[in-house]
Design a protein around this ligand. Structure first.
Ligand SMILES: O=C(O)CCC(=O)C(=O)O
Ligand SMILES: [Fe+2]
Length: 221
């Protein structure tokens, strides 16, 4: 190989991803998910038809009396970074949660047992989640079982604001009921992981409901 060929090969070589779906659909046990848009590296995938309208409404109903001010980090502290309210479901807590966990595990290609409980988030006007990384600091205790990927599902349409934005990539995803955005940050190349910096933009009109699934490298507990 001459120098030029080596260079071309290096450029063509992408790191393997956890997400393993090609084509325009993901066929899970109980639903066909649409692959709408992809950024290749770091991999970010916009997905449609992840949840039915009824599932979105049910998740809101089941969580709305259990919301508390959101916390951050592996030690769960209150911080200005995040002004939303949220709650976690226990794994398999009820029928709809169990069904969604199973589907999400097939989308994310990671066993259900590696998931932190499904988290429901509610943002009122002006509330936001400032730009952050979902992975833990390498110095934190939780880093022995790192977070590797995230799926943010939208449970309602937000009239204005509330986008999930990736400031280093100039990308933002508007919340649409039943749709989701997937991203992963388990690359060997740490610069790729750092490109997954993201936030939930302030809601300007309406309110925003979302469900987040964070996956870990190993089983949780
Ligand atoms: O609300 C959003 O759009 C983003 C949520 C998020 O970043 C998270 O739950 O980690
Ligand atoms: Fe996040």
């Amino acid at each position: 190989m001459d120098g030029k060929e080596v260079l071309l090969n290096e450029q063509a070589l992408k790191e393997p991803t956890i997400f393993n779906h090609n084509g325009n659909k993901i066929i899970t046990e109980d639903r066909e998910i649409n692959i709408i848009a992809k950024l290749e590296e770091p991999l970010i995938v916009v997905l449609g038809n992840v949840l039915s309208n009824e599932e979105c409404d049910e998740l809101i109903q089941l969580s709305k009396d259990r919301l508390e001010r959101s916390k951050i980090g592996s030690v769960r502290e209150i911080d200005d970074l995040r002004s939303s309210s949220s709650m976690f479901f226990q794994e398999g807590e009820n029928e709809v949660v169990a069904r969604i966990e199973k589907r999400v595990s097939q989308i994310m290609n990671i066993p259900v047992e590696h998931g932190e409980g499904l988290q429901i988030l509610n943002y009122q006007i002006g509330q936001e989640y400032k730009a952050h990384f979902d992975f833990f600091k390498s110095t934190s205790q939780a880093a022995t079982n790192p977070r590797i990927s995230t799926l943010v599902m939208y449970l309602n349409d937000v009239e204005y604001g509330g986008e999930t934005y990736f400031p280093k990539l100039g990308l933002s995803v508007s919340p649409q009921k039943g749709m989701a955005v997937y991203f992963e940050y388990f690359y060997n190349d740490q610069t790729l992981n750092e490109l997954t910096l993201h936030g939930g933009a302030p809601v300007i009109i309406g309110d925003k409901w979302a469900a987040t699934q964070w996956m870990r490298r190993k089983k949780v507990n």
